[in-house]
Design a protein around this ligand. Structure first.
Ligand SMILES: *[C@@H]1O[C@H](CO)[C@@H](O)[C@H](O)[C@H]1NC(C)=O
Ligand SMILES: *[C@@H]1O[C@H](CO)[C@@H](O)[C@H](O)[C@H]1NC(C)=O
Ligand SMILES: *[C@@H]1O[C@H](CO)[C@@H](O)[C@H](O)[C@H]1NC(C)=O
Length: 340
């Protein structure tokens, strides 16, 4: 059944939603719309239109249904974005990323949150990152996976308009200024997200292999399933490159706070066709409800506006161009592996 929304108005905190067109208005939707706003709970959003049942706001509506989320629609520094490599700027002051695990392995619990595969680290072994665009040290809080229903989509960020099959996001918070991720997420310089594109191949990244092997991934088939993993080495998740691209943006889920610095590694990691298939077999729902694949859990790209995209890749042509026409000749050569 086709659903057409034409108008959606919000009036201050008590919002009124006017919808024209055909929409299966369920009891929960009517309930939500008629309540005064406090009951718009923080989980009331989705990536895709729900096949059956209640109205749940998709990305273009996130900022409209809840006044606490208005940055999702009016924010000017939103994520993800499409990275046009020809517009990147080489920043010689970007230092290498430093990942500090204290030489220890970590353990964490892997969850099916209904929206993502999410690995939350235990608090006993901390992993910090610093360097790159960071002025503070940031602590790893969560590893989150986004992926597509087909290989040509799934990543949140795009590179020259091209999506990847998935994207791993390592979400860190500024532990020098804030006591936890919740507080940091709404505060200046709060978050640093390291993002790594995922491609499908014959081999598999050793860290992702731990998460996505059959024995493990099938334990979190349904929403709220959880599974403990031990002896993880975060450094194994990183691709072999020190090159990255960075810009200032936002969280890619409501409330879309503009507190995140993004660091996108200039090489992908790989997972096998079988592992990608297993991801697509994860359900957004609990076992008693219909199966709804978690795949395509990405927010569409947002306008870059006048933000600057910086990189530590020195793409200067060797010597021979004079400073004046250099700008024209600058060309970022994306790592071949990324574009293949
Ligand atoms: C991370 O930072 C905290 C606070 O500065 C520090 O106590 C801890 O040792 C650091 N951990 C690592 C692995 O560097
Ligand atoms: C996070 O820190 C804030 C401020 O210290 C505190 O009020 C809040 O309860 C903490 N939240 C969690 C989930 O620990
Ligand atoms: C960038 O590369 C050019 C040409 O190879 C070199 O002259 C320059 O020193 C490099 N800059 C930095 C900051 O490494």
């Amino acid at each position: 059944m086709e659903i057409v929304w034409e108008v959606l108005f919000l009036l201050q905190a008590n919002f009124i939603v006017c919808i024209s067109g055909r929409l299966p208005i369920s009891s929960s939707f009517v309930w939500s719309a008629q309540q005064n706003s406090p009951k718009i709970h923080e989980g009331w959003w989705a990536y895709k239109e729900v096949v059956q049942g209640s109205f749940v706001p998709v990305p273009s509506f996130w900022g409209l249904v809840n006044s606490a989320w208005n940055l999702c629609s009016v924010g000017k520094r939103q994520s993800p974005v499409n990275i046009e490599t020809s517009h990147m700027i080489f920043d010689p002051f970007l230092t290498p990323l430093r990942i500090n695990t204290g030489g220890r392995k970590v353990s964490g619990t892997m969850y099916n949150t209904g929206r993502h595969v999410s690995l939350r680290l235990d608090k006993d072994h901390l992993v910090n990152v610093s360097g790159g665009p960071m002025t503070y040290s940031h602590r790893l809080e969560e590893v989150r996976l986004h992926f597509g229903s087909e290989d040509s989509q799934g990543s949140e960020h795009l590179l020259n308009g091209q999506a990847f099959s998935g994207e791993v996001q390592l979400i860190h918070y500024n532990h020098e200024l804030y006591t936890n991720v919740t507080e940091a997420a709404k505060s200046p310089n709060g978050l640093v997200v390291v993002s790594i594109f995922i491609k499908v191949s014959d081999s598999s990244n050793p860290f992702l292999n731990r998460m996505l092997n059959r024995d493990t991934i099938t334990r979190i088939t349904y929403k709220n399933d959880a599974y403990l993993l031990q002896g993880l080495n975060i450094e194994e998740l990183y691709p072999e490159t020190s090159s990255f691209i960075t810009y200032d943006g936002s969280m890619t889920i409501p409330p879309c706070y503009e507190t995140a610095s993004w660091i996108i590694m200039n090489k992908p990691v790989y997972i096998t066709r079988m592992q990608m298939h297993s991801l697509r077999l994860l359900s957004q729902n609990q076992p008693s409800q219909i199966f709804l694949s978690m795949s395509d859990n990405f927010r569409p790209v947002q306008p870059l506006n006048n933000r600057c995209i910086r990189t530590n890749i020195n793409f200067s042509l060797q010597g021979k161009d004079c400073p004046n026409n250099r700008a024209q000749k600058l060309q970022y050569r994306v790592n071949e592996w990324l574009l293949k």
